[in-house]
Write a protein that binds this ligand. Sequence first.
Ligand code: AMP
Length: 342
Amino acid sequence: MTTIRTVEELRAALTSARRQGLTIGLVPTMGALHEGHLSLIRRAREQCDRVVVSLFVNPAQFNERSDLERYPRQEADDARLAAQAGADLLFAPSAEEVYPPGFVTSVEVLGISERLEGAARGAAHFRGVCTVVTKLLCMCQPDIAYFGHKDAQQVAVICRLVRDLNLPVRIETCPTVREPDGLAMSSRNALLGPDARERALALPVALRAAAELTGAGERSVEVLLRSASDALARFDVEPEYLAIVDPDTFAPRDLLDRLDRPALLVLAARLGDVRLIDNALLEPAAVETVSTEARAAAVHTAIAAETQTPDHPGAPGFGIAVTGGSPFTHQPPQGEPSPCSA
Ligand code: AMP
């Protein structure tokens, strides 16, 4: 694997592959690679002839200076891991290469990007994401670009961007990879102290409580949200947001709505000074004919999972079988709607 720093070198390195009609996959990352990133690289390796991993901690998408400054940076390790996962090229440009003097253009996707993460982090966040992703797609011109479902709103925004600008690329979404106890892998997990790491388990437990209830036949948006917020409260975690939204538009479902189609439960919370996000797909269609007994049993199990506390976090994987596909498996649950499907 070769590490390259400039757009010129990147284009030169890909010219021959492009001329031969080989497929090029791009995996954009901010580094500090973990199994989540590596799953994207491996997927790209399976599907493409050439795999480019970009490594760029994009200052434009950070709304907090301290978050940018302490974001983990470990290029040598990243290069080794990316190569092992099958990358051919590591594109690690400087900030000046991406934003040269005089740079004034930005890309903004309205609507989807103004909600939830956009509201919590400010308009500059998704503007920064959209601008850098557009630039990376133009620099590399991949056939397929790979993104993680962990950042579900980001995927929805990027899919909208690609459609709206007719960018000639396919967006491939990969499922969230989790630690054995259910915590979604994130480069920021390394910044959690021991207490915050234990309490961070609140996120997957809350998501799972709602997913279990959905699997058991519960359709009330209000009840599902309450099950998740009760679970968070048991870990003394206050959500920055907690919502059930449409997977494509991220429009929030009304409290009085009933789930008649798949929806996403999304949440963000601060553990100390580390901000984490996560989401789970709620799939009502999978269990339309659940029996009363099965429902009671599943509700019981969900409540048992919810009542786990940092002192009693439960066994890896929580020991819960989710009807209709778990949002915690490494494979996409059956029928997971792609934000790119609209
Ligand atoms: P980042 O380096 O945080 O910008 O992430 C780069 C890509 O990896 C994004 O598309 C993320 O959604 C994806 N990603 C991050 N964490 C995970 C995870 N736990 N599982 C799957 N994909 C992930």
